[in-house]
Design a protein around this ligand. Structure first.
Ligand code: IPD
Ligand code: CA
Ligand code: CA
Length: 260
């Protein structure tokens, strides 16, 4: 059965209640890597989302951060990040989201990114548009790097990977109005869609970080590609650049060191 945007929104909003109720409390924090955390709320939120999907859409494929992949036969795949911004969450920083994307055989179909602290629900349906709490959103109209505020994120293996984003961070910092490292990739992307950020780049993400936000950007009139310009950014290493159509080529020039 094909899920609707309302189905996905309902699940994301209810998961958001779990995040909000747990926020600021003492957490059971475990380490998946040296700087890669998971809390009991990540697990609770994911268990809730999985139970909802299994009940309403049995047989759908699932790609979920905390429990991995589950094969399906229904022609749909759910990309689930139960808490995007776990480091913020674990430290009591009120900036995180629930991110759920649904793909069919033609690609991403539905995307929902919900920030329970601000009660902001970013969403999109392929070919139909993108919204913030039901109101249409569009990328910004900024045309220069020096007037742009852009977001980024660092991979969870930044301590050990040579692709740690530090060289790119320096290059952009010297060219734009400001770089913001917000701590939730899904919110970074949603903020580009809503015109709050003019662009964003990120290295070494995961499919569940970017599935929903990528569709929301495209439906809001933004451009999103892999770092080499490949339109298929939903493949390893899940590194991407995205912006409004004016800023996108300028960001590509910085990444490819073609600018002055
Ligand atoms: C992380 C956040 C962060 C990004 C990391 C991700 P998580 O996701 O999106 O902004 O820089 O690479 O792993 O672990 O909080 O779901
Ligand atoms: Ca994430
Ligand atoms: Ca997560």
């Amino acid at each position: 059965m094909q899920p609707t945007l309302n189905d996905v929104k309902e699940i994301a909003l209810q998961a958001g209640v779990i995040l909000k109720q747990g926020f600021g409390k003492r957490h059971d924090i475990r380490h998946k890597g040296v700087i890669d955390l998971v809390t009991e709320i990540d697990r609770r939120s994911e268990a809730f989302i999985l139970a909802q999907v299994e009940k309403k859409f049995p047989g759908h494929e699932i790609m979920a951060e905390e429990s991995g992949a589950r094969k399906g036969d229904g022609g749909y795949c759910w990309y689930i990040d139960p808490v995007d911004g776990t480091t913020n969450y674990a430290h009591g920083l009120p900036f995180f989201s629930v991110s759920i994307g649904v793909a069919d055989e033609a690609g991403m179909l539905l995307g929902v990114v919900y920030d329970p602290m601000l009660d902001e629900c970013f969403s999109a349906v392929r070919g139909e548009g993108a919204w913030l709490n039901g109101t249409p959103i569009h990328v910004s109209e900024v045309t220069t790097l020096v007037d742009s505020v852009i977001g980024t994120g660092f991979p969870s293996n930044a301590h050990t990977s040579p692709n740690n984003n530090l060289a790119e961070f320096e290059r952009f910092t010297l060219r734009v109005q400001a770089v913001r490292r917000l701590g939730s990739a899904a919110l970074n992307l949603s903020y580009v869609a809503a015109g709050r950020l003019d662009g964003c780049w990120a290295l070494g993400m995961q499919s569940w970080d970017i599935a929903a936000g990528g569709l929301i950007i495209q439906e809001a009139g933004g451009v999103i590609t892999a770092l080499d310009g490949d339109a298929n950014y939903m493949q390893p290493p899940y590194s991407l650049v995205t912006a409004n159509p004016f800023v996108y080529p300028l960001m590509m020039d910085v990444l490819q060191k073609k600018d002055a």
